[in-house]
Design a protein around this ligand. Structure first.
Ligand code: SF4
Ligand code: SF4
Length: 255
């Protein structure tokens, strides 16, 4: 409506259309900041007026509330991210909100610089958090599906302490060499090829590549139960390559 009505609003915004505000993933927002955007604005339909049964705008709201806490955790001003609900007929409101947000972002200054964070430090912090997006979504799954009734509840959905704890107690996954039977199931299901796999070889997780989605833990057959979770602490070093071969009983030479 804002365009059709020829309403003026900030020219610094770049619009990306999606079918539903719920489609805007946490990763998209963090990617925008990684690419140097100074602010991210999400416009969604009014709550409880969703065209779909999924009520994606609640998902968008919860994602924004979580992302704002994550931004605080890494030292960014959370006001760089805003969500506003409005109908497509509310062109005047859209223009007003965009102008207000544009002015706010200008006031905050360039991303990181306004907060006094070193650019390379910010880049590495954002890269680290982006790598953990699948983990964050699994851990905060229930809260991300909440339907908060009143705006007064928004601040309490995710607390600062909870978010700090989320990152200080990140779970790592480890394959116990003595239990792994090289069935290869985990390697086939790992979404980022983080498991070093070969036939008849004990499998090993490449901790640098692992995004901590927990799939290997879920799919390792219970009779092997070779994958374990290690909260916070260091992960044992991988066993050396020359000790990874599994000799099956049928392959053992008779004495
Ligand atoms: S948790 Fe397991 S399945 Fe998920 S990325 Fe890490 S190694 Fe792969
Ligand atoms: S699923 Fe379990 S037993 Fe099979 S290769 Fe992976 S860690 Fe080893």
């Amino acid at each position: 409506m804002a365009g059709v009505s020829r309403l003026q609003y900030t020219t610094e915004a770049r619009l990306i259309r999606v079918m539903c505000s719920g489609r805007v993933d946490l990763e998209f927002v963090l990617r925008a900041f990684s690419n140097g955007m100074d602010g991210v604005f999400i416009g969604g339909c009014r709550l409880n007026e969703c065209n779909y049964t999924t009520h994606g705008n609640y998902h968008a709201l919860n994602m924004v509330l979580l992302c704002r806490r994550i931004m605080e955790h890494i030292g960014l001003n959370p006001d760089r991210l805003r969500i506003q609900f409005m109908s497509s007929a509310e062109g005047i409101l859209f223009a007003e909100v965009m102008n207000e947000f544009g002015n706010k972002v200008k006031e905050l200054g360039p991303l990181g610089k306004g907060e006094g964070i070193d650019p390379s430090e910010l880049k590495s912090k954002l890269a680290e958090i982006r790598k953990l997006v699948p983990y964050i979504k699994v851990v905060k799954n229930e809260k991300l599906a909440s339907r908060l009734k009143r705006p007064e509840e928004y601040d309490q959905l995710f607390t600062r302490e909870e978010t700090d704890k989320l990152f200080s107690e990140v779970i790592s996954y480890y394959i116990a060499p003595e239990q792994c039977q090289a069935c290869m199931i985990c390697a086939k299901r790992c979404p980022v090829e983080a498991i070093v796999s070969a036939k008849n070889m004990i499998h090993v997780i490449d901790q640098e590549k692992c995004i901590k989605c927990g799939t290997c833990f879920e799919v390792c057959p219970p009779r092997f139960a070779a994958v374990s979770k290690i909260p916070g602490g260091p992960v044992p070093p991988p066993i050396p390559q020359e000790k990874r071969t599994i000799v099956r009983k049928s392959q053992e030479k008779p004495v």
